[in-house]
Write a protein that binds this ligand. Structure first.
Ligand code: AHR
Length: 352
C-alpha cells in the first residue's frame, strides 16, 4: 500500500485487465493518453468507470444501486471526494440491488489488486466468504452507509455511515413527544410502516430503533409492515395496498423519502391528507430537499436525516490508513431531526 513502485506495477495490471476483459477505453476530452494513465474506462455494460494517474490510491467501490435520491447523492459524494485531484483512482460499480453483483465486483477489485475496497452492502447477511477472500488478498475493506452482520469483525477495517438504529429511535421519540403534546398519548394509535429493502441494515436498524420506542407504549398498534424497497414506485403501490387493507391508520412511517413521495401520491389519489392539520401523521427518513419542503408545508410531520455526504470522511479515513494511523471501527455521520420548527435553518443548504 502506498509505495509508488507498487502503484506502477498495479497500473500495468489495470491496463492488462482492461484489455483482457474486453473493456472499452474511452479517452476523456481533458487530456492525452500516455503511458499507463487511463483517463476513463467503462465496461461493455457501462458499469465500471476508472480514473488513473501517477501515484494514486486505487479504490474499488461497489455501490448497491441507484434506487433513491439519497443514493444518487451518496454516489456523487464518493465520486467527488475520491477524485483524481484528491489522490484517488476510483473504480465504480453499480450492483443494481443484487448482492451477487456486489460479490462479482469485489472479486474483480481483488483481481485488479486495488489498494482499498469500499462496499455499500445491499443487505447485511452473507458477506463472510467474499470478505475472507479480500482479507486473504490483504486488501482493506471499508463498509460505507450500510453495515453487515458478521461474527468476525476483522473481515472489514472500518464502517463509515449512518446510525440506522438511532434514526429509527429518533422517529419513535418524536412520535412519543408529539402525542404527548397533543394530549393523545393514551389513545390507541394505529401504525403502518413502509420498510426499505428487507434485510438491509437501514431497514433492520430503523425497524428496531422505532420498535424499541413503540414497545414502551401498549397503545401503539403496529398494524402492518410492508416492503416498499426504498423506491417511489413501490412506495405508492404499497401505500395503495395498505389503504385497501386498513381504514383506521393513524401514523404512516416511511423508511425513506422516496417511499414517502410514493405514499403521498397514493394518499392524494384517495383524498387523504397528512401532516399537522391532516388526517394522518407522516414520518419519513433521509432529509432530502424535496422532503424538507414538504415538512415546511406541513405535509410531512417529521423527517429524520440520513446523511449521504460521507465521501469526505471516507477519503480522510483512507488517507489516515495510508499514513498508518489507527482508525475507529465505527464512524457515524452527524444527523438531525427536521420538523416545521427547525426546517428553515437547513432547507437552503440541502445538496440532495
Ligand atoms: O442506506 C440508506 C438508505 O438507502 C436511505 O434511507 C435510502 O434512501 C437509500 O435508498
Amino acid at each position: 500500500m502506498g509505495i509508488n513502485k507498487e502503484k506502477g506495477f498495479w497500473k500495468i495490471g489495470y491496463k492488462a485487465a482492461a484489455l483482457l476483459t474486453g473493456v472499452t477505453i474511452l479517452l476523456s476530452g481533458c487530456g492525452s493518453f500516455t503511458g499507463f494513465s487511463v483517463s476513463e474506462v467503462t465496461t461493455n455494460e457501462g458499469d465500471i468507470e476508472t480514473k488513473s494517474d501517477d501515484a494514486l490510491i486505487s479504490v474499488g467501490f461497489s455501490q448497491l444501486g441507484s434506487e433513491s435520491t439519497w443514493r444518487s447523492a451518496n454516489t456523487e459524494s464518493v465520486k467527488a471526494s475520491l477524485s483524481t485531484g484528491n489522490g484517488f483512482f476510483l473504480i465504480f460499480d453499480n450492483a443494481r440491488q443484487k448482492q451477487e453483483k456486489q460479490f462479482k465486483a469485489v472479486r474483480s477489485f481483488i483481481s485488479q489488486r486495488v489498494d482499498y475496497i469500499v462496499i455499500c452492502p445491499v443487505i447485511q447477511e452473507g458477506w463472510e466468504m467474499v470478505l475472507t477472500e479480500a482479507k486473504d488478498a490483504g486488501i482493506p475493506v471499508i463498509l460505507l452507509d450500510r453495515n453487515i452482520a458478521v461474527n468476525d469483525e476483522s473481515l472489514y477495517t472500518t464502517f463509515v455511515g449512518e446510525d440506522m438504529y438511532a434514526e429509527g429511535a429518533s422517529a419513535g421519540k418524536w412520535l412519543e413527544a408529539y402525542l404527548e403534546e397533543n394530549g393523545i398519548s393514551d389513545k390507541d394509535i394505529n401504525i403502518v410502516v413502509l420498510e426499505g429493502t428487507t434485510g438491509s441494515s437501514a431497514q433492520v436498524g430503523r425497524t428496531r430503533g422505532f420498535g424499541a420506542i413503540a414497545a414502551r407504549h401498549m397503545n401503539w398498534k403496529m398494524q402492518a409492515s410492508a416492503n416498499g424497497e426504498f423506491t417511489q414506485a413501490k412506495g405508492k403501490e404499497t401505500m395503495e395496498r395498505l389503504l385497501r387493507e386498513f381504514d383506521d391508520i393513524d401514523v404512516i412511517v416511511c423508511q425513506n423519502d422516496d417511499m414517502a413521495f410514493g405514499a403521498l401520491e397514493a394518499l392524494d389519489e384517495a383524498g387523504i391528507t397528512t401532516g399537522e392539520d391532516g388526517d394522518k401523521i407522516l414520518i419519513s427518513f433521509d432529509g432530502t430537499k424535496k422532503a424538507l419542503e414538504l415538512v415546511k408545508e406541513g405535509v410531512i410531520n417529521v423527517d429524520v436525516e440520513c446523511n449521504p455526504n460521507s465521501g469526505d470522511l471516507l477519503a480522510q479515513i483512507i488517507h489516515d490508513l495510508e499514513e498508518g494511523k489507527e482508525v475507529e471501527k465505527t464512524n457515524y455521520m452527524e444527523e438531525k431531526v427536521f420538523t416545521k420548527e427547525n426546517v428553515d435553518e437547513y432547507i437552503d443548504d440541502r445538496n440532495y
